[in-house]
Design a binder for this molecule. Structure first.
Ligand code: FE2
Length: 184
């Protein structure tokens, strides 16, 4: 059965529904649709390919990891709002949208050759924080969310991160770094 890219995005990302602002929800959806349209990967590949090429034979899939990051980031932001909210303004929609979009650029960084995922020539020139921001800006995603995409990974260590970007960065890294230490 043929499915539209919108349906594919809704299937991959039920968490988009967590975004309260309908405009932001649509911008996030459009960014993922555009990424899938331009990617050599198809939606089902994301259920199987490793989430990173920085861990040899990484045993967790792209979607397992990406959804885990969103599921860590949202309750983290809520806990910080509850206990630190008087001192620190945190926008929940920005955290959720940023976490959902942080790695959207990997759809333009990776390619599949003979069943093996590898970094494409474009990916070598422009890692996913850069291609992710380009895609998101095209779809009208606000700057504070693009900031999270730009600053979520190691490149962002040179950036003065927003509170929301710190939350997504740590959610991402706490579910990435342990894989680098797995015994093999
Ligand atoms: Fe990333």
């Amino acid at each position: 059965m043929e499915t539209t890219m919108r349906e594919a995005v809704e299937r991959l990302w039920p968490e988009i529904e967590w975004i309260e602002d309908p405009d932001l929800r649509e911008q996030v959806t459009q960014t993922w649709i555009k990424a899938l349209e331009r990617s050599p990967l198809d939606p089902d590949d994301l259920l199987e390919i490793p989430f990173t090429l920085l861990v040899p034979d990484c045993p967790s899939s792209f979607m397992q990891h990406k959804r885990c990051v969103v599921h860590i980031a949202r309750p983290s932001a809520l806990a910080m709002q509850e206990f630190l909210g008087d001192a620190l303004a945190i926008d929940l929609d920005t955290v959720i949208a940023g976490a959902i979009l942080a790695d959207v650029g990997k759809l333009l960084e990776y390619e599949k050759v003979h069943g093996e995922v590898r970094q494409s020539d474009r990916g070598k020139s422009l890692r996913h924080p850069f291609t992710g921001v380009a895609l998101a800006l095209e779809c009208g995603v606000p700057d504070e969310v693009c900031h999270i995409i730009a600053a979520h990974a190691a490149e962002g260590d040179l950036v003065k991160r927003s509170t929301e970007a710190y939350i997504v960065h740590h959610a991402d890294f706490m579910s990435f770094l342990p894989f680098k230490n797995l015994p093999r």
